[in-house]
Design a protein around this ligand. Structure first.
Ligand code: 2HA
Ligand code: ZN
Length: 269
């Protein structure tokens, strides 16, 4: 079957990276059934031939107007599709969409009419915001990491930056590679515009945010980086839990050492 990826090595590489990350999410146990979703902004690797491609779906409403997305293209995991299937067959379990000129609707253009993720309002709102700040960020990931979610079931950990400092203090990597920490968004209905708006508001301060008792959202220049930040944070959560299950509260790196690390690596916080 003909694919939009044929003779487009840059686009094919980006979709292959999404498939690779989808496989990791499944292997980690973070992607039960259809849990989680991935979208990437592929506009910079789109050519005139793709721009001229006819839609293969009806026009769908996003639910929000996102002015920076005019004429943008995204590869999106499909709604109700499994990460483990996206890993093996990305073009059967995801699709390429085009945002229409009204900035509030989209159509599917390739390869199959797979309707995008139920969290599309959040994902596209994040992309709109990332364009508006000139961040160069192109990837958004939502996943269900077990230990990080477990930690949001303790009210104390929902206080601003409480988890950030705890997770940073478990291992220097987390301080270094997740330097803005972990934002917390109080529980909201999955797929809702309220969740999308709260997520975007938190992105002015964080690259990774926790949806209380649900999962994380991570944004970055590419999907591998977005995954690595969640992986690093969850590693810290696992170290914390390992210490607790051996019967003690972990000491944690001192605030002084964390500040020194921030200075040495020129970190933003
Ligand atoms: O796409 O994870 O939040 C399935 C979900 C919804
Ligand atoms: Zn979810």
């Amino acid at each position: 079957m003909k694919s939009i990826l044929d003779n487009r090595p840059q686009l094919a590489k980006q979709v292959a990276n999404v498939a690779e990350v989808a496989g990791y999410l499944w292997q980690k146990g973070w992607a039960e059934r259809n849990g989680g979703n991935i979208t990437i902004n592929i506009t910079d690797v789109i050519d005139d031939e793709v721009r001229a491609m006819k839609p293969i779906s009806e026009v769908f409403e996003i639910g929000k107007t996102l002015p920076n997305l005019k004429g943008c293209y995204f590869f999106c995991k499909g709604t109700n599709r499994r990460m483990r299937d996206l890993a093996r067959w990305p073009m059967e379990n995801g699709s390429v969409i085009r945002i229409l000129d009204d900035c509030s609707s989209y159509e599917i253009i390739a390869d199959n009419p797979v309707k995008p993720t139920s969290e599309l309002p959040s994902h596209l709102s994040m992309h709109d915001y990332m364009i508006s700040t000139g961040s160069g960020y192109k990837a958004a990931l939502h996943t269900h990491p077990i230990e990080l979610i477990a930690m949001t079931h303790k009210p104390e950990f929902l206080e601003k930056d409480k988890l950030t400092y705890l997770l940073w203090s478990m291992i220097p990597e987390t301080r270094a590679f997740c330097p803005k920490g972990l934002g917390i968004i109080p529980y909201k209905m999955p797929s809702s515009v309220e969740l999308a708006d709260a997520t975007v508001a938190a992105l002015s301060e964080y690259d990774v945010v926790m949806w209380e008792k649900h999962g994380v959202c991570s944004v970055s220049s590419d999907i591998m980086e977005a995954f690595d930040m969640v992986d690093t944070l969850n590693k810290s959560a696992l170290i914390y839990i390992a210490a607790k299950s051996m019967g003690y509260e972990p000491t944690g790196t001192s605030m002084e050492d964390m500040i020194a690390l921030g200075k040495a690596f020129n970190l933003p916080k």
